[in-house]
Every structure is written in C-alpha cells, then in structure tokens.
Design a protein around this ligand. Sequence first.
Ligand SMILES: [Zn+2]
Length: 299
Amino acid sequence: MRDWSLRQPVFIIPVSRNNFTNVDPLQKFARYGVTLAYAPDDGGLTVQIKFLGTGAAEGIPAINCDCHHCSRAREEGGRLVRERSALLFELPGYSMLVEAPPDIRDLINKHQVHNLQGILVTQDTYSHIGGIKEFEWWPRPLDFLAEPTQFEVIREEHWTDRLDDVMFHIPYYPGVALSFGEFSLVPFAARRESVFGLSVNVNGKQIIYASSTTSRLTNYARCLMAGADVLIVNTPTFEPPKEDHITVLEAIELKKQAGVGQLILTYINHHNRPHDELEDYAREDPGITVAYDGMILEV
Ligand SMILES: [Zn+2]
C-alpha cells in the first residue's frame, strides 16, 4: 500500500508557541494539512527574564533590623523576603546575568542557573558587584560587560587573577549599540555617576532596564524608553524625596509619560511597602507588576 499521506503538501510556517494560549496548534492546523514548525526549545521568539533577587542594597530582612517590614519578612517569609537584586536575561543564544550581588552564589544554586555566556554590571557598588569573585569557580568562559571607567574600579577592588582566567572584559559605552546578531544592547547613563541603564532590543521588542536611575532622566534616556514594551526600574522607596533613586510613585508617572506597555518595579528596600501592600497599590493599573524573587517575565 502506498502511503498517500506523504503526498500532502507541507507548509512550514515559523511560529512561536506563545502565539497560542488555549489551543493546541497541532490540532488546529493538522486538518488542513498544515505542518507547524516550532521555534527551538530555547524559548523560541520569547525573551525570558528571571528575577533572581529583587531587594535593594541591604536586602529584606535587613541585617539586625526590627522594623515592621523586616519583622514580617522574618516571620512570614514568601515574597516579603528579597535577596539583593540580580536579573537573568535569556536572550537568543546568550544567557546574560545582570548584576553580581554578594549573595550570587546562593542565588545561582537556588534558581539552578547552569547556562551563562555573560555578566553585565550597571554599577560598581558592593551590592551590584560584591559577588563577582564567586565566578572564579565558574566552569566555562564568560564575557564580562562593564563600562571602562567602571571596570577600572572593579579591577582595583574586586578583581583577581583567577577571574582573568574565566572572564573576558567587553567594554560598553553609553549611547553605543552593542550588537549580538539577533539582539542588541544600548546602554545609557542613568545618573551623573557611573550608573548605566540598558535598552535590550530583540525580536522587535524593547525592554528597558533603567537600573538605579534617579527621577531626573536625561532627554536621551526618555527618547530611548519612549514606547518600550517593558520598563524595569529600581525603586527602593515608595515616594519622594529620594535624591539617588526614582521612587515607586515617580516610576508610575514615568510609565505614563513614556507610554511603555509594562512597568516592573524591583530593587525594593525595607522602607518601601511590603510586597502584598505594594501589589494592592499597583492593582489599579494592570500594566504594573511588583517583582518578587524567582519571578519569570516572558516578553
Ligand atoms: Zn527593616
């Protein structure tokens, strides 16, 4: 017997699994003789961002602090607890850790991060770079992306010969796109000091990680973030005044001004509202998400 099914025309349509929510695409198209070609299992066209830690410099609970927020975090745990901030960007062919806080070894073990190609840091302070020496033991080569003057500080204060064996420094410059083929990064100045935000451009989507920006953004940064799909902002405290960081209330205002699709609040400190109270506040706008440790965002 001849197998006539082989004579059916075959159409190959590149799609993302994420185009379909409740329908099995195979069932939907099989009756028309259409074969769906899936993007590979590395996430396809979706970029994944995992929030390994979402706390500010002191983490929650802060060391020896008996404030209401820290006390609740100690007693109730869950999303009230925040390790210092680190983000894992799963980009096409490239997993990039953003920030290397002092607890990075625990975070990497806890969230089972096995695959990394590069580490990018946005500032050279202890809470963002204090864990870099842990990578002396990383078993494969890594890129290390840092702005050159920042790298000099890191080299003086944190670098070792062992890290030189593992890491290859790639300098980045504000306003200059760094192309990785299937995606690109555009760093921008987030403060007058050496603190940088990032515009990640991938698959027609734009994700801004504004890092520890102040509320006084440059007009250049505002142009970059206008209409972005996602804006991730470090907001340690809830309301002004706070000179060195934008606050929750100002970030919500920025979301409106810049016309971004989704605002993610992270890098929360113990003076801010506890997670559940912050979520209640943010509920008025479905485009606002309060990050928590272990949260995965798909864009
Ligand atoms: Zn506290």
